[in-house]
Design a binder for this molecule. Sequence first.
Ligand SMILES: [Zn+2]
Length: 100
Amino acid sequence: MAGSMEGLREDNARLRARAAAQDSRISDLEDDAERLALLATFANLANARLRAALGAVEWTSDSTMIEMSVMTCPWCLQHQADGHAPDCQRQAALGLAEVE
Ligand SMILES: [Zn+2]
């Protein structure tokens, strides 16, 4: 009887140790998930900043007279009214920055 009580105590201690180890693993996974969510947030912010920077320089003009100015893309040199060339590097970069 004393032997079986001793065995039960050992089983109990083993189970508690396993539960503590599982808790620790769950806590580590939760930390990893938080880190990944944070990284995803930073990546999305960097992506938004890149898209905003590309948007700010989409069309430029070399004229100081606004009414005479013709807006062109600095990469493909197309006029704004015609839109970008199919192989415009800016548009290609913007395509890479799109969030899916
Ligand atoms: Zn262009």
